[in-house]
Design a protein around this ligand. Structure first.
Ligand code: ACO
Length: 360
């Protein structure tokens, strides 16, 4: 799918925020219960620790949304649309987006999008399209995941990779130079089985026992991710009428530091302009780009007028890129001290039922 940038009506990002659950699960914590070690995880993926949520996906999504709305000095009642990118919703129905609206108010449209780890780029592109079409003026676009619910600690090849969290942006219609200039979304359905989460859908109706597992052919995903994500970014940059060398900041899906480095090289982005936080959060799927974006703005990596490339890949196999010109403002108009109830538990304790399942 192709969309082109122009001076016509499109979406600009005017608010940003994130929520990281407080409970940390370190590589050493994992090594204390499964056959792995910090050195293997760090060198293969770049991950040092991840967060394990003590609250629901929609609680995290709501917390991130509160911060993004405050940054824009708007209320949920101002939103024509709430989209949550997620593959780990609280329930099949209603959507996480509807729960966010229940907590924050408003009567705009609500929906979830599942494009696995590419979900946020897809959701931003959909919001941009609805704004361009005139069906919305403002939207809350959230990426939120609670992948710890699906972790199978008996599978060390996937258990070490994933974590929980949420990030959000508020977008508003503009015909100015800032905002979403282009996006490029794709999927190769012939690759559905190289990355899949079983046991969380309705296929159990057709099979006696479908345990919840994350199944991944890591090397195949890696190979496809490096190629496809780079290609998608180059096409999106071209669609925006720009050159690869114009990109100032790379915000990649945080799945593997080696994949991020390869993409940065392809897009010729200096290391200091590649924002990474995979060491702290692991792979938070659709939440990873909005969390990284929010931190990159707050830490001054995204500057007024920066040209930002957001690139992602995930189960499907999906991939996509969005090219965004940041506006003049990198300060939050308001902040909120809204907090979720904390937890005294460690990440490992929150996973205790699974650990007990291993007889430890
Ligand atoms: N600890 C220690 N050893 C391990 C672990 C572990 N946690 N996991 C696997 N190993 C072992 C394997 O058993 C294997 O041993 P062997 O050679 O004796 O058989 C060895 O390490 C190498 O395993 P590989 O899978 O070949 O390792 P690779 O270098 O490919 O790295 C990784 C694995 C990190 C998963 C990599 O392939 C990768 O990052 N792939 C992309 C994955 C990804 O990005 N997934 C997110 C998709 S986003 C979404 O939509 C959810």
């Amino acid at each position: 799918m192709r969309s082109e940038g122009s001076s016509m009506r499109h979406a600009a990002i005017i608010g940003w925020g994130a929520y990281a659950p407080p409970a940390v699960l370190s590589n050493d914590d994992l090594a204390s219960v499964i056959d792995t070690n910090d050195e293997w995880i760090t060198t293969r993926s770049g991950i040092k620790e991840r967060r394990i949520s003590h609250v629901t996906n929609s609680d995290m999504a709501t917390a991130a949304a509160r911060h993004a709305l405050a940054a824009a000095n708007l209320d949920a009642g101002d939103m024509d649309l709430i989209i949550v990118a997620t593959c780990s919703p609280d329930r099949a129905v209603p959507s996480v987006a509807a729960y966010v609206q229940r907590e924050l108010g408003g009567l705009g449209a609500t929906m979830d999008i599942n494009a696995a780890c590419s979900g946020f780029v897809y959701a931003l592109s959909v919001a941009n399209g609805m704004i361009a079409a005139g069906t919305a003026d403002r939207a809350l676009v959230i990426g939120a995941e609670r992948l710890s619910s699906f972790l199978d600690l008996e599978d060390r090849t996937t258990a070490v990779l994933f974590g929980d969290g949420a990030g959000a942006v508020v977008v508003e219609a503009t015909d100015g130079p800032e905002g979403v200039l282009s996006s490029n979304l794709h999927s190769d359905g012939s690759l559905t089985e190289i990355l899949t989460i079983r046991g969380a859908g309705t296929e159990g109706v057709f099979a006696a026992d479908v345990p919840t597992t994350v199944d991944m052919e890591g090397r195949e995903v890696f190979r496809n991710a490096v190629t496809r994500m780079g290609e998608g970014a180059v096409v999106a940059i071209d669609n925006a009428g720009l050159e690869v060398d114009d990109i100032d900041v790379l915000i990649s899906h945080q799945a593997n530091i080696r994949i991020i480095d390869a993409t940065a090289k392809r897009l010729n982005v200096d290391p200091e302009n590649v924002y990474t936080n995979i060491h702290a959060y692991g792979n938070t799927s659709a939440a990873s780009i909005p969390i990284a974006l929010s931190e990159a703005v707050d830490q001054g990596v995204v500057k007024p007028g920066s040209l930002v490339a957001m690139v992602a890949f995930g189960g499907g196999l999906t991939w996509g890129a969005a090219i965004v010109r940041w506006g003049d403002r990198v300060e939050r108009l308001r902040t909120t001290d809204s907090r979720l109830p904390g937890t005294d538990k460690t990440g490992l304790e929150l996973l205790a039922d699974r650990v007990q399942g291993l007889g430890l």
